[in-house]
Design a protein around this ligand. Structure first.
Ligand SMILES: [Zn+2]
Ligand SMILES: [Zn+2]
Length: 255
């Protein structure tokens, strides 16, 4: 009934505890989870998770926070994305919060990911932090809307959300939405179309209230759904149904 559209189950703290994590998912009606890659070195671990469990999927990409000597090429990304359990390209995007200085390499890397996504016809998982204007500009310039994707762990304002939707993207909310002071993000969750919303945990980070500060896990995505239900005055099952449908439509080409 719920799908975690973004988690890192290969990270320490989660990978050792996989059986419990999968059991907790079942107990909380979290049917599927998308395990998101952050670099090519650890991609095999992410893919192994997706290959080992029918309800886990993988993505391939290099996170904007990692400065590397060798960049992943478009051809490399496209080739790794051929695996049937790889359903997205990412996470990719821009992060001007963690890193400063000349970040032209980040923008180039983002463009390479968008081109790879368009070449293989798989949607993008976009990470953006303190870089909304450049993120939207590059998505527009590279015609990312051709494949679409998701703005993951959304923390920008309503205007940015609407601009991303206009470009053909979904908006995914994480546990941050449940934090008391997240007024701006709550406003976004109240005002964008329900058929453009996804939910995620970004596990092991960003555990929602009441687990704030602890290790996050996909089962907790239910708390994000609960917050959306409360904000929009609809039922929890409606949020589960619509966001799961949205996930399938975006990543699995379901009509
Ligand atoms: Zn991210
Ligand atoms: Zn992530």
């Amino acid at each position: 009934m719920f799908i975690d559209s973004h988690c890192h189950l290969n990270f320490p703290g989660l990978v050792e505890d996989l059986d419990n994590i999968l059991a907790n998912m079942r107990a909380n009606e979290v049917t599927h989870a998308l395990c998101v890659s952050v670099d090519l070195d650890t991609f095999p671990q992410v893919l192994a998770l997706a290959e080992s469990k029918g309800n886990l999927y993988a993505s391939v990409g290099v996170h904007p926070d990692y400065e590397l000597e060798t960049e992943a090429t478009q051809a490399q990304l496209v080739s790794l994305a051929q695996h049937p359990k790889v359903i997205a390209i990412g996470e990719t995007g821009l992060d001007y919060f963690r890193l400063t200085g000349d970040l032209e390499w980040q923008r180039e890397r983002f463009r390479t990911h968008i081109r790879a996504a368009k070449e293989c016809g798989k949607p993008l998982i976009v990470h953006t932090r303190s870089a909304a204007a450049d993120t939207l500009r590059i998505m527009d310039e590279e015609d990312a809307g051709q494949v679409g994707g998701v703005m993951h762990c959304f923390t920008e304002n309503l205007q940015v959300a609407l601009a991303a939707i206009e470009l053909g993207f979904y908006i995914s909310f994480s546990g941050i939405l449940t934090f008391k002071n997240a007024t701006l993000i709550k406003e976004v969750a109240q005002n964008i179309p329900l058929h453009k919303i996804l939910i995620e945990t970004d596990s092991p980070y960003l555990a929602p209230t009441p687990y704030r500060g602890k290790t996050n896990q996909p089962a907790y995505v239910k708390h994000v759904a609960e917050e959306i239900a409360k904000l929009r005055n609809i039922t929890l099952s409606e949020v589960g149904e619509v966001t799961s449908f949205n996930f399938r439509r975006l990543f699995l080409n379901a009509k």
